[in-house]
Design a protein around this ligand. Structure first.
Ligand code: GDP
Length: 364
């Protein structure tokens, strides 16, 4: 961790643990480091690195994850001292995107990010090899092999970029032709840890998943069929979560993965009232939605985890600030304790019907 406020470090560490649990990786220990600036060779400093090594050995851990972006040399040095796999925050996030990307476009975008991530690592390695390869100016034994692999990756980047362009054009055409008769989708959007997947579980009954939804359940565990009060069947889809401190090089991959919400009939934005500034969270979500072209999709805002707020006035104040900011009704819920689920479904039902009505008027 870099120097910063304590609660920020805890919040970011908690988020990282959550991201890792999405990848079925369990966190068994944590070491914090404070420095004025990162060590250029090892990021956390050599002494700290040996502390990490000792902890790993005592806990039987096999992976070290640094909650920040590492330079290729730092990554390489950490790996060789720890004799273990080392990931940085960017890599974890890419793995999440990789798991969550469904559309061809999102998959390509993530592959592109992974290639671009690997190229400088190979450069770092090539440099290391040539250092150990003998006198100044001589080439290391492994260098040509790394070079070859790197050049292959660079060609792949160009090919991926070309493919992306084609897929993008095809998708635009496809969306125009898509029929209205398809089952409508409600996309659940929000920050990681806001409770999106808990909400998805709360809304869907297990028997539905087993029988009616078998096909979807096997295709995508993040999509569930739900029947609304009017009897209408819709799909609820969990989407890739917003991540705090998203590394800039991953913004494109994040947006492409999130762009799948463009297919939704309704966006359900889940806000965590325990956030430092819930209105700011909502603002970032809304801004990103407009950037991916989802600004015109109707939306509902749910404030989750109300069971955690004993202070009623505080909750009221948050609801009011969000309502003023968004101009929408805000629905207070608890996904975990299943509070206000019928109300939420009723609102979804109403909003979808309004949408159907206005599009039949405009003939859109
Ligand atoms: P996601 O990353 O948005 O999918 O969030 P999760 O559904 O994984 O939830 C993150 C954490 O918040 C988990 O520990 C949940 O148990 C917890 N959580 C979710 N909804 C609620 C809620 O309504 N009340 C409380 N107290 N905790 C919740």
């Amino acid at each position: 961790e870099r120097q910063g406020a304590n609660d920020d470090i805890d919040l970011l560490a908690e988020e990282l643990a959550l991201l890792l649990s999405n990848l079925d990786i369990r966190v068994v220990g944590r070491i914090d480091q404070r420095r004025a600036s990162p060590d250029p060779a090892t990021f956390i400093g050599k002494g700290k690195l040996y502390e990490v090594k000792a902890l790993m050995e005592s806990l039987g851990a096999t992976l070290v994850v640094c909650n920040d972006s590492l330079l290729p040399t730092q990554l390489h040095n950490m790996r060789s001292i720890l004799k273990a796999e080392v990931w940085d925050r960017s890599f974890v996030i890419m793995k999440i995107f990789e798991a969550r990307a469904h559309s061809a476009e999102a998959k390509l975008q993530v592959e592109l990010a992974l290639c671009k991530y690997e190229i400088p690592l190979l450069k770092g390695l090539g440099w290391q090899m040539s250092q150990t390869g003998g006198g100044i100016g001589t080439r290391g034994p492994g260098e040509t092999e790394f070079e070859r692999h790197r050049r292959k990756l660079e060609r792949k980047v160009v090919a991926l970029q070309r493919k992306l362009e084609q897929v993008r054009r095809r998708r635009l055409n496809l969306r125009k032709r898509r029929k209205k008769t398809e089952t409508q989708t409600v996309a659940i959007v929000g920050y990681t840890n806001s409770g999106k997947s808990t909400l998805l579980r709360a809304l869907s009954h297990d028997e539905d998943i087993y029988c009616a939804d078998k096909l979807f359940a096997t295709l995508d565990p993040k999509v569930r069929k739900v029947s609304l009060p009017s009897g209408k069947l819709v799909l609820f889809a969990d989407t890739v979560g917003f991540i705090r401190k998203l590394p800039v090089e991953l913004v494109a991959a994040f947006r492409a993965t999130l762009e799948e919400v463009n297919e939704a009939a309704l966006l359900l934005i889940v806000i965590d009232p325990l956030d430092k500034d819930p209105v700011e969270s909502l603002r970032v979500v809304e801004e990103t939605l407009s950037q991916i072209g989802a600004a015109s999709i109707s939306r509902l805002i749910a404030v989750n985890k109300i069971d955690m707020l004993d202070n009623k006035e505080k909750l009221e104040a948050i609801l009011e600030r969000l309502a003023i900011h968004s101009g929408c009704d805000i629905i207070p819920i608890s996904a975990l304790k299943k509070i206000n689920m019928p109300l939420l479904l009723k609102k979804v039902d109403e909003t979808l019907r309004q949408g159907d009505f206005s599009s039949s008027l405009t003939g859109a």
